[in-house]
Write a protein that binds this ligand. Structure first.
Ligand SMILES: [Zn+2]
Ligand SMILES: [Zn+2]
Length: 342
């Protein structure tokens, strides 16, 4: 479908905040020595895409082409790209560049670099709801053969988001809690189970118990039943919260064993209030983290491929992007949407 001699890229863009997406084409920047051009086959839809379309963070530039869970094949590459062959299947997530020289980049924490370049944020930085995209090849990651492109796409943002606290804080014998059984939460359960952990799912919806167990949860606890939460006292080493609603955080902190960690990967609108005495007495921590660095990305994809951990997805053709976005706004998805090129 792509004609390399035709420089323009066909995409779907929002022309203003909260607008429906409409066909849009643009001239890509010239291919730099480290860049790759990816012929996109699939792109996941993340909640952040809705925030960008709606300008919720007041950083959006229009026309805005969303999409930062990109999977496709390398169609062109710059002279200095030696780690990827033409035709290789690769993925790109939220981040597509950094300075590669600062302390954080040298430590493999490129996601913490102050010069982070984000795939679909900023003027004329167009994302993956498109036929092609040009990005720095050092932020394009090989997709293992064991993962289909549909299942791999949501790993590139949602997957790395929940994998990062697991790789940092969990051990095979850890007891891990996951709050929220949605787009992020179901991947967290799958990864934690594959790590070898004992997994407890927390949800406000009792009907999700069966699904949570199907993803790999050993136990299910209502996230809003105070007596049930109280009974979890000192039972978990790590709790990953994927929700954006306020919960009784005191109960979750007291559910942590000594040295336990409560890790937020979802943004809670209200401030989180926690008595420091509860942290101090048992050396507990509360933390949060965004996506992951390049090494974590490679590791996550390799691990996912080996253990068959992917997202549960519903795939729609890219031309139906507005239907998918509308349904995502209404939380009508099990569990992530992936757009496939028509
Ligand atoms: Zn995302
Ligand atoms: Zn840096």
């Amino acid at each position: 479908m792509t004609n390399k001699d035709t420089p323009h890229v066909d995409a779907y863009a929002a022309r203003e905040a909260r607008a429906l997406l409409a066909p849009f084409s643009y001239e890509p920047a010239s291919l730099g020595p480290h860049d790759v051009e990816i012929e996109i086959s699939h792109c996941g839809i993340c909640h952040s895409d809705l925030h960008l379309i709606d300008n919720d963070w007041e950083t959006s530039e229009y026309p805005l082409v969303p999409g930062h869970e990109i999977v496709g094949t390398v169609a062109q590459k710059g002279a200095l790209v030696t780690h990827l062959d033409l035709g290789a299947r690769v993925g790109v997530g939220w981040q597509c560049g950094s300075c590669l020289q600062c302390e954080w980049c040298e430590r493999g924490d490129e996601n913490l670099c102050s010069s982070i370049v984000e795939t679909c944020v900023g003027r004329q930085r167009y994302g993956g709801f498109a036929e092609r995209v040009r990005v720095d090849g050092r932020f394009a990651f090989s997709i293992p053969d064991g993962l289909s492109s549909e299942v791999a796409a949501p790993l590139l943002c949602g997957g790395i988001t929940v994998y990062s606290p697991l790789r940092r804080y969990a051990r095979p014998q850890s007891r891990v809690g996951v709050i929220g059984i949605g787009g992020l939460g179901h991947m967290a359960i799958r990864f934690a189970r594959a790590f070898g952990c004992e997994v407890t799912a927390f949800s406000s919806t009792a009907a999700k118990e069966e699904e949570a167990r199907a993803h790999g949860a050993h136990r299910f606890v209502s996230s809003i039943d105070d007596a049930a939460l109280k009974a979890q006292r000192e039972s978990l080493d790590l709790i990953i919260s994927t929700v954006n609603t306020s919960l009784n955080w005191k109960r979750y902190v007291t559910a942590l064993r000594p040295n336990g960690v409560l890790s937020f990967v979802g943004v809670v609108a209200e401030p989180v209030s926690i008595q420091t005495g509860l942290l101090l007495a048992r050396s507990r921590s509360v933390t949060a983290s965004p996506i992951g660095g390049r090494f974590a990305m490679r590791e996550m994809l390799e691990f996912a491929g080996r253990h068959g951990v992917g997202a549960q997805v519903e795939t729609l053709p890219m031309s139906e992007v507005n239907t998918a976005l509308d349904r995502l706004r209404r939380n009508d998805v099990r569990y992530r949407f992936v757009l496939s090129r028509d």
